[in-house]
Design a protein around this ligand. Structure first.
Ligand code: PXL
Length: 276
């Protein structure tokens, strides 16, 4: 049977991120993408102003109850950007919908480049700290890992620093950890993966440009890989290369970075990677 992934994120109408990234990527990887939009924004909040915001918190529970009543398979649940008031109900939704085989991937979306995103505060960080214990896999970037562990954010670091972040995260949750945005050399970037006791790394060529939504692209590929029975390390490696390929593609069009990466023309590479 085709696997089904339930993605719970906001829906940003313009500016590729969250559900407009998760649904096509998960689908392209041969996995059914179901989705619960937790809010609707006209654009994401990074680099746009005057965006609209419709909170759908009160719709989540009835949607989840109906889905539950269908007794259908939910092979994975993937959550991303959430509002403060939503973490509780999303956490309860996971409890209701999952069984002992469901993979729960939590991306603790709240910060990047040493700073919280607009609208997030330290109270949110505390809620996220508790919420990540629900995950089988968590996928923070370095800034998010620092906020969760209380370790000071650094722009230049070594392996000891990265591994102390991961080990401190392991004290907060039993989940597997993918720490994104790790770079020890100018020309390479990737992720550190802790599946059991040891920490492994995946790297790809670094393209020195920051686009919006690449964290969502990355995590969507990871859950797609896992749903294709790839290991966490293999899925992370596919994600690293896919983000790089998407950025290379995007540069051809010279678009504003806030519109996200032009991943659509390279979606086919995911099938190739899965068939390897
Ligand atoms: O890409 C993460 C994300 C998702 N959704 C919204 C955002 C952001 C990051 O800023 O603003 C609405």
């Amino acid at each position: 049977m085709l696997k089904r992934c339930l993605a719970m994120h906001d829906f940003s109408c313009v500016g590729r991120c969250s559900l407009t990234v998760a649904i096509p990527i998960i689908s392209a990887m041969g996995v059914e993408a179901s989705a619960i939009p937790t809010s609707v924004l006209s654009t994401h909040t990074g680099g746009f102003s005057n965006y609209t915001y419709r909170d759908l918190t009160n719709d989540i529970e009835p949607i989840v109850k109906h889905i539950k009543s269908l007794n259908t398979n939910i092979d994975s649940i993937y959550t991303g950007y959430l509002g403060k008031a939503q973490i509780g109900v999303v956490s309860e939704s996971i409890d209701l919908l999952k069984d002992n085989k469901t993979v729960v991937l939590i991306d603790p979306v709240m910060a990047d480049n040493g700073e919280l995103y607009p609208g997030f505060d330290l109270e949110y960080v505390q809620l996220m700290k508790k919420y990540i214990t629900k995950g089988n896999v968590i996928i923070p970037n370095i800034t998010e890992a620092c906020l969760l562990t209380g370790i000071k954010y650094k722009e230049t670091y070594d392996k000891v620093y990265i591994e102390s972040l991961i080990n401190s995260l392991s004290e907060l949750t039993n989940s597997k950890i993918v720490l994104t945005g790790v770079s020890f050399e100018d020309n390479l970037i990737g992720a550190a993966v802790k599946e059991s006791n040891d920490i492994k790394y995946c790297f790809t060529n670094k393209i020195p440009e920051m686009y919006h939504g690449t964290g969502d692209v990355f995590a969507s590929v990871v859950i797609g890989g896992l749903m294709n029975d790839k290991s966490l390390l293999e899925s992370t490696s596919i994600a690293c290369d896919f983000v790089r390929n998407s950025i290379i593609e995007t540069r051809k069009y010279n678009l504003e970075k806030r519109y996200g990466v032009t991943f659509e023309p390279v979606l086919y590479t995911l099938r190739e990677e899965l068939n390897k």
